[in-house]
Design a protein. Structure first.
Length: 69
């Protein structure tokens, strides 16, 4: 079980980095001059996909925890 938790943790680290950088990009795009709507849309999609993947990892961990209980 510890191996699964380690794998889930290792998968979340890059997701968090991607999500944080997308948030930063979204803020920078919002503050940029000109039409940044498309950039904001792209960064919002990236953030949403990271959240979806993170939730899937949480669900997997919960299922494994319940199975091993």
């Amino acid at each position: 079980m510890a191996e699964i938790n380690t794998l889930i943790h290792e998968a979340r680290n890059p997701l968090n980095n991607i999500s944080m950088n997308a948030e930063l990009g979204k803020i920078m795009a919002a503050n940029a001059e000109g039409n940044s709507d498309k950039l904001i849309e792209i960064f919002t999609r990236i953030i949403g996909e990271c959240q979806t993947c993170s939730q899937a990892l949480t669900d997997l961990k919960n299922q494994l925890d319940n199975h091993n209980a």
